[in-house]
Design a protein around this ligand. Structure first.
Ligand code: SF4
Ligand code: ZN
Length: 333
């Protein structure tokens, strides 16, 4: 038989169809037919055991890094894509075991015509289904510009070499912190997957900034009264498996890509890592673990970062002006 998936699009690109023997049974329950071959561990899993395996792994990651307290108010950043809606579903399931904890979903409307509107509808739909409160913050209200307007403005500034994603990333990070603080969340959970984390490690190397590796952690350890602690419960889950989880659980997510193609270098790194993982299963985990060791080594030689308030907006930053204010100044000039 063919194992997952037969459906093209995002899932088709993410999860390679692999052949396993038609009589193969799930290696965990040993009763049901396997539908997925986890190459890095050599396991064959049926749908039910795959779902349990992912949920257990998220629970284990949360425990390993001490991501939550039993009574936390958790804001989940939901974009409407497969990773974030899967995270929302899993955290809402886990949260049921902790009566004193609560969950709220937060989304950022960057203002990308024909793209974000649909994603926000899907995010809202998932929240309604799970009975999770949903809050949206927009670039337009917060900064005075939509991302489309920013891109338009930057076209006239020939000296600017930053991609739309560079602006989007910085402004969204700040917006998420603001909305998480507004809803009085103790933690902000984002759906960064193992793939995202490992891409970032390599990108930091390629940008010549290895010390940054120490700053990108599964749980932020920087502190500032205005900073909501960020946690990444998917940091040890492959992106292809979050897509598969959404597919198996029949979770609706946005399938169309953003019109601003992701940063060229990140894309190249993604393709490279996927090719390497194909040839050497488990390589992404190896890089992730290597980065953890590197982090410890860097922490010994680098002073801990102290955050202060941005001179312009008061949000936490390492400089006198936060990156977002610096960018907004450039846009306005
Ligand atoms: Fe923003 Fe780039 Fe992602 Fe589009 S692809 S949402 S511009 S970061
Ligand atoms: Zn600022």
């Amino acid at each position: 038989m063919k194992i997952f998936p037969q459906r093209p699009s995002v899932l088709g690109r993410m999860i390679k169809v692999e052949n396993i023997r038609s009589e193969a049974l799930c290696g965990l329950c040993k009763r049901k037919e396997a539908f997925y071959f986890r190459r890095y561990s050599g396991e064959r899993l049926c749908k039910g055991c795959f779902v349990k395996a992912i949920e257990n792994k998220v629970r284990a990651t949360i425990a390993k890094y001490g991501m939550f307290e039993f009574n936390d108010k958790i804001a989940v950043a939901v974009s409407g894509g497969k990773d974030s809606v899967s995270l929302l579903h899993i955290l809402s399931k886990i949260e049921r075991d902790y009566p004193k904890a609560s969950l709220v979903a937060v989304s950022v409307d960057e203002g990308i015509a024909g793209y974000r509107d649909e994603a926000l509808k899907i995010a809202e739909e998932n929240c309604r289904k799970l009975e999770v409160e949903h809050h949206v913050i927009s670039f337009k209200k917060l900064y005075g510009f939509t991302l489309d307007e920013i891109v338009e403005k930057l076209k006239n500034k020939s000296e600017d070499e930053l991609s739309p994603c560079a602006y989007c990333g910085v402004l969204r990070r700040k917006a998420l912190n603001i909305i998480a603080r507004k809803v009085e969340a103790d933690k902000l959970a984002t759906a960064h997957t193992l793939d995202d984390e490992v891409q970032t490690v390599l990108l930091n190397m390629l940008h010549g900034d290895p010390y940054r590796i120490a700053r990108e952690k599964p749980v932020t350890d920087e502190t500032h009264p205005k900073l909501v602690k960020r946690v990444k419960p998917f940091c040890e889950i492959l992106e292809r498996e979050t897509a598969l989880y959404a597919y198996v659980k029949k979770i609706r997510f946005q399938n169309t890509p953003c019109p601003y193609a992701p940063e060229a270098l990140r894309n190249d790194v993604r393709v490279f890592l996927n090719r390497m993982e194909e040839k050497h299963a488990g390589l992404k985990y190896t890089i992730f673990k290597a980065a953890e060791k590197l982090r410890l080594a860097i922490e010994k030689i680098e002073k801990t970062v102290t955050l202060k308030a941005c001179d312009e907006c008061g949000e936490p930053t390492m400089q006198t002006l936060c990156k977002a204010c610096e960018m907004l100044q450039k846009i306005r000039d």
